[in-house]
Structure formats: C-alpha cells, structure tokens
Design a protein around this ligand. Structure first.
Ligand code: AMP
Length: 590
C-alpha cells in the first residue's frame, strides 16, 4: 500500500478537530488498507511502532533528523534548523524545504507503508556506537524517495511530534464502522483492547476475521490488561449509598501499582500505564515465584517501600529512588519493599475477569503464600459506617493513604473507572502544632544498616491518674547514625528483665526499659488505635490514641523526668483540636 494514502489522510486530519470528521477520514483509510498491514497503519497513526508495553522506542534525536533532511535536500543543516525554529515544527519545515527541491528533481519510486514501517523498525532496533550513522542513512534513504508531505509525516513520527489528537476511542469507532458496519460494535472492540492493550492486534483481527474474532479475544500472560480504576468518595456514608449493605474494605497503600505476569520462572511487571518496569524490581523477579502457588498467573499488587527496621510502610517517593538506569542493585537493597497482592486476573489457563470480587479474592488467598516479602492486601468485610471508620483508622495508623472499597459481586472491569471500586482517602493531614515529649519505654533491634543498634523505639505518654506509661507510637525516623549509637549506649543501662508494670502497650518490644529517658517528637496527626494505649477508652471504647508519622527532632530532653512527659489529657485535647480543625475545613469546603 502506498504511504501517500496514509500521509494524505494525516494531512486532512490536521485540518479538523471534530471527532465525527476524524472518524470518517479514518474509516475511509481503513477500508483501503489491506488487513495484513492494518496493524502497522494503526501504530503509525498513534505515532508508534508497537504497543507501549513492548518498549520499542524510535528515539531519533532532532539533530539526526535535521542532518538527514540536510543530506537529502542538499541544504546546510543550519538553514534547516533556522526554518524549524521559525515555525516550531520540524515536519512542516522539512516538507517546505523538500517541496522547493522536488521542483527541480524527480522522485525515483513510490514508497509503501511496508517500507516506511520496516525502516522505522530497523532504526528503533539499532544500538551501539555506529547506530547514529546508520539511523542517518536509513532516514535519508526514506526521505530521498518520499514526497514532501510524506517526508514531513515521517519526520513527525520519528521525532515523536505527530499530534493528531485522535484518542484510542476514535480509532476503535472507525474500525467498528469500517469492518463491522456499525459503531455500536465499538464496545466489543474495546473489550478486546482492554484485555490485550494492543490496538494494532485488535485492528488486524477485526479486519481479517470480523467481529467474531474479536469476541474470542482472550486474556493471555505477557499481554498486559488495562487496569480497573476507582471513583473517589468523601465519606463512609457516600460509600454505603453506592455499594449497598456489605462490601470489602482494603488498605490503600501508597506505592506503585504493578501488574505481575508470570509463567513458570519468567516474570514481567507492568506499571499502571502498562510500561514494562521489570528492570526496577529485580527482587520481585527473584523472589515472587516462591510465593505463588500457580504455574502461570496475572496478578495485581501494590509495591510499597518499607522501613526495614520497623516494617512501616513508607511514602511513594521512597520507591521512586529505584527509578534509575544504573546501580539498581544498590537502590534495591537501600529501598526494600513488600509486594501486597490485591487482585488476580488469570490463573493456570483461566481468565478470572468475569468472576466476582469475592471469588477472585478466594483464589488470591489460595495462590499467595504469604512471607516477609509477599503479602495479601489487608481486607475486612464491612457492613456499617462505624466499621468503615474503624478500618480507616487502622489503615491510617499503619501508614496507608486510606481505603479501597470494593463491591463483593463485581467482576474485574478492565480499563473502566466505575463505582465498583471506591477510594476513600484521609484528605486532612493536620500537622500537630506542638512537639511532644515522650518517654522511651521499649525498643526493637535494628536490621540492615542499623544492625547492632536499635532500629526503632517504643514511646509512651504519662498518665498521672494511674501513674502509668501507655504507649503512643513506635518511631524509626529522624535518627542520625550518632543518635543511634548514643541511644544504644544510654538505653542499655535502663534495660529491665521484665516489662515494668507501669508500662502499658499492645506491642511486644524486643527490649523493655525503665521509663526514664524523655525525647522530643513531632508528628503529623493523632489517630485512634487498637494497639496503642494512650487515652484508652477516652475517645472511643476499645481504642487508644497514636501518632501518625512520628519523627525524632534530635533532642533528648535530659532535663525532663518521665513524670514531666506529655500527659494523656494533652493528647486528648490535641486530638479534639484536630477534629475541630477538620470540621471547619470541611465547612469551608462545602
Ligand atoms: P489513585 O491513584 O488515587 O486513583 O488510586 C488508585 C491507586 O491506588 C491504584 O492505581 C493502586 O496503585 C493504588 N492502590 C493501593 N491499594 C490498593 C488496593 N487495595 N486496591 C487497588 N488499588 C490500590
């Protein structure tokens, strides 16, 4: 097929933004395209050579493109650069320049879509030191035989500046009209696209074998599935209205969504936007098959950075340290993670997409063997607003962003945002105005860099009514190396064989101390807690209060006795103040 057909379509498409017109131009083009090359045409229209997840990148620098035009047109590169910077579009500049040139020369042969696509593919595959020269050679040879309009579009494609403004949906509408005669069939194409994430493949199937071929599109390992997305709700009440009587409340961890595809020992990880991100997670590749009871599977999980010493979840930014080209092994050991599975889409030859959430979760629980590295996303079945609130408090305490609420009988709707999944986030993050002085009551041994010292300390407030030290948080951040040494020294004198009867905590520390040392802490928020005992039962029966994101300020309050530490009443009044602030914030918002 002549490439001029594609180039002419692209040219008229540039003259409109109306979706109906764009659709019609594409229908006309698709009807003229032989089925064997329709996938190439679809990729070229999207400005790519293969679906994103295959990672085939053209990667031609503008400089090389300019040199190629210069070579074909016999015009100095400086002149082309000038024309380019004047108009801001290299493709157009090239078309203009070549236009002048073709008036004096003859084109040797028609170029075909096949030739353009194959040459661009060869360019994308070039690597190594001589690749720039080879790229230049390939591009100039195409430009030599291309008409000015064709050359313009080739250049736009290779420099990634083809901006037609056609969404995947428009291409699917056009395919449906061209090959099935009805736009209504778009939804069937969409389903095939959602499970394959490959529009070229969908186009080829419908062009060759019609709509029935599309209906049989199957989920398959190593073809990423477009992820299901959630709607946002503001309150448990709103969630209840949307979800009905009973639903699942999962922790919403603040990490990176990973779609894990595995067959025997082979593992590929895709990001939420379906890029191949396997290279950032060598630890997953190494460890995950041991944790999965399946020969082949497609699963979804949240990869979350953790504090190696305390096991606490860390924020998303920590994970992003892994996003580098070199020294990934070092980043992997510095920023350890856990993999928290929350869905399964395929297992041992069978798609799970049409199963209900409940059924998928059952399968997930059967195939994931939990260990230090691989976990199941914590999930609770909830029926009332109060239950949602409780799970939310626990989630926040554990360092989560909030909750994901999931309809029990809903299937996995690939590529769709809907009310079968809702996200409930804790929007307010009131920084506590004051620092707190807390008593060191216990400690946990360090691991990794902190081996041989304490990795985290257990802290308490002072309750003068009962003369006890209820725990309020475990803190592992804010310590310098010197601080860690100093604490190890100071505290080793305070170790007690048995927990002091005045200490009250739901956590089991590795060592317990005489409550004597007071340190200064800042935190972002006070939350209800089932584990910590400060102000137990005072705000809610069965709950104490805890600090979220506590951090050591660097100050050991040698001048304070433990009885001078922050008292439970102060924490209660900070908690109430925080709630009032949130209510005011909400009112302002409404
Ligand atoms: P958002 O990015 O705010 O739209 O929230 C959706 C994201 O939350 C997903 O893409 C996941 O990365 C993440 N997430 C965390 N925990 C869960 C969970 N339990 N279920 C689904 N997604 C989760």
């Amino acid at each position: 097929m002549k490439f001029s057909l594609v180039a002419e379509t692209l040219k008229i498409m540039e003259s409109t933004t109306k979706r109906l017109e764009l659709t019609q131009y594409l229908v006309d083009l698709f009807k003229k395209t032989p089925p064997e090359i329709i996938s190439s045409v679809v990729y070229l229209l999207q400005g790519k050579l293969r679906p994103d997840h295959e990672g085939v990148e053209l990667g031609v620098a503008e400089k090389i493109a300019i040199r190629a035009i210069s070579k074909s047109a016999g015009i100095p590169a400086k002149k082309i650069e000038h024309a380019y910077h004047e108009g801001g579009d290299l493709g157009q500049a090239a078309a203009k320049i070549l236009e002048q040139k073709t008036q004096t020369t003859f084109m040797t042969e028609d170029i075909t879509v096949e030739r353009v696509y194959d040459t661009l593919y060869k360019i994308a595959e070039l690597k190594g030191s001589r690749s720039q020269d080879m790229k230049l050679k390939y591009i100039s040879s195409l430009l030599n035989d291309a008409s000015p309009i064709e050359a313009g579009f080739i250049l736009k494609i290779i420099t990634n500046s083809l901006r037609l403004g056609i969404a995947d949906y428009t291409i699917m509408d056009s395919l449906a009209i061209a090959f099935t005669g009805s736009k209504e069939n778009r939804s069937i194409l969409e389903q095939a696209y959602n499970v394959s994430s490959d529009l070229g493949k969908v186009a080829a199937a419908v062009a060759k074998d019609g709509i029935d071929a599309i209906k049989n599109f199957q989920v398959s390992v190593f073809s990423p599935i477009r992820p299901m997305l959630a709607e946002r709700v503001k309150s448990p009440q709103e969630a209840h209205e949307k979800m009905g009587a009973e639903f699942a409340a999962e922790y919403k961890l603040d990490g990176e969504r990973v779609q894990i595809h595995m067959r025997e020992e082979k593992i590929i990880l895709y990001s939420r936007s379906l890029e191949n991100i396997t290279s950032y997670y060598p630890d997953v590749v190494e460890k995950i098959t041991k944790s999965l009871n399946a020969r082949e599977a497609i699963l979804e999980a949240e990869a979350v950075a953790i504090n190696d010493d305390t096991g606490e979840f860390l924020a998303f930014q920590e994970l992003m340290h892994r996003r580098r080209k070199y020294n990934i092994a070092k980043a992997v050991s510095q920023y350890p993670i856990t993999i928290n599975f929350f869905d399964v889409m395929f297992v041992d030859g069978k798609s799970c997409l049409d199963l209900s959430y409940k059924e998928r979760r059952n399968i997930l629980e059967k195939i994931v063997k939990e260990d230090e590295f691989a976990k199941l996303m914590p999930m609770t079945l909830v029926k009332s607003d109060n239950e949602v609130e409780d799970v939310l408090e626990n989630a926040i305490n554990a360092g989560c962003e909030g909750l994901m609420l999931k309809q029990l009988d809903a299937s996995y709707r690939a590529g769709a945002r809907g009310s079968n999944w809702l996200k409930l986030k804790r929007e307010y993050r009131n920084e506590l105005g004051d620092s707190l002085d807390l008593v060191v009551i216990g400690a946990f041994f360090g691991r990794g860099r902190r081996t041989g010292r304490y990795g985290a300390l257990l802290l308490g407030t002072y309750d003068d009514e009962t003369d006890t030290y209820p725990s309020i948080c475990k803190v592992g951040t804010g310590f310098t190396d010197e601080n860690l040494d100093q604490f190890y020294q100071i505290l080793s004198d305070k170790i007690t064989l048995k927990k002091d009867p005045r200490i009250n905590s739901g956590l089991e520390a590795d060592v317990w101390f005489e409550p004597e040392v007071v340190i200064e802490i800042v935190a972002s928020e006070i939350t209800l807690s089932p584990i910590h005992k400060t102000a137990m039962d005072m705000i809610r029966k069965g709950s104490g209060l805890a600090l979220r994101f506590p951090k050591f300020t660097g100050k050991i309050r040698f001048e304070k006795t433990p009885e001078n530490a922050t008292m439970d009443e102060e924490i209660i009044s900070l908690y109430n103040g925080q709630k009032r602030a949130v209510q005011e914030e909400k009112q302002n918002y409404i």
